[in-house]
Design a protein around this ligand. Structure first.
Ligand code: G3P
Ligand code: CA
Length: 300
């Protein structure tokens, strides 16, 4: 563990942000305010991989449940298939949720569609098991947008292949192409329907270069001295909630950046983060978070 700043340590996963020191940042460009999230005052409830505490992550049923629980965003992790499709899938290898030991990037969409990504959940979480989860399929980004439409808010992560930095070649271009096609981004897009996130500064900088108005969130614990650099391409940060404190939240907010910690599943942790002034958070239990937000607002 490497000291980050007083009282906080940095995990190996977050060390990927060391890349900030090595990569040149393009000049800051004016951000189009119309592409900022719904309201910076709103505390956003992000259904992490859908309502993945109750249903198999990254399936239509998990996203549907997230919407029913009134999450503001459904969260998608993107991987790219061998034949260039963007699919919502967390791991680089499909073994954990698809029971086959292969990398997504080495599989075609047709091969991925053969996987059952629901049964593992019933086996792992028998208390929430449901026969309807058996046989659920991997979804492409397009299929998810077609299913949930343009009135849904999507919080999309470009996943890197290694400890942080390299996404599959072409992922960012394809993402921008798909979102533009559905008018979720671009001159006629409605504000706040998409937020894009990554642990990889390189991926976010590539997205920023493709379209400087995209609302981007830098995942990981960004050291306070590097917040200004991140601010040149991102509107917020998404740290692991276990690696921050009240002072860190204040420093981020004082810079005018949003802060959406992940992945917060216990009410006690949700309450503490809200007291510290976060703008929202990722959770596997959007129903719980809405209860806590309601309670928090009633005390104000
Ligand atoms: O994107 C926020 C959070 O989901 C990051 O962690 O590993 O769940 O994608 P991970
Ligand atoms: Ca994620």
């Amino acid at each position: 563990m490497k000291p980050l700043f007083k009282g906080i340590t940095l995990s190996l996963a977050s060390l990927t942000l060391g890349a900030f020191m090595l990569t040149a940042v393009p000049p800051a460009q004016a951000k189009n305010q119309s592409h900022l999230p719904v309201s910076e005052q709103k505390i956003v409830n992000v259904a992490h991989r859908g309502a993945s505490g109750y249903a198999p992550e990254h399936t239509l049923l998990s996203y549907q449940l997230g919407k029913e629980m009134k999450a503001d965003y459904i969260e998608l992790d993107l991987q790219m298939t061998k034949d260039g499709h963007l699919v919502s899938f967390h791991d680089t290898n499909v073994k954990r949720t698809g029971s086959v030991d292969k990398l997504v990037k080495d599989m075609t969409l047709e091969e991925l569609k053969q996987l059952d990504v629901g049964t593992w959940f019933n086996n792992t979480y028998p208390e929430y098991a449901n026969p309807s989860y058996v046989g659920l399929q991997v979804q492409t980004l397009e299929e998810i947008i077609e299913e949930f439409g343009l009135n849904t808010h999507y919080y999309i992560e470009t996943k890197a292949q290694n400890a942080g930095n390299t996404t599959v070649e072409g992922m960012e271009e394809k993402l921008v192409q798909v979102l533009s096609h559905y008018k979720l981004i671009g001159p006629n897009a409605r504000a706040g329907h998409v937020l894009l996130q990554s642990f990889s500064p390189a991926s976010l900088k590539k997205l920023h270069a493709l379209n400087p108005t995209l609302p981007l969130v830098q995942l990981g614990v960004v050291q306070p001295g590097q917040l200004a650099e991140v601010q040149q391409y991102a509107i917020g940060v998404g740290p692991n909630f276990k690696q921050i404190d009240a002072n860190y939240v204040k420093q981020v907010r004082d810079m005018g950046l949003m802060i959406h910690p992940y992945t917060v599943n216990e009410k006690e942790d949700m309450r503490r983060l809200l007291e510290w002034g976060v703008n929202g958070m990722f959770t596997n239990y959007p129903d719980r978070l809405n209860e806590v937000i309601k309670e928090f607002k009633s005390k104000k």
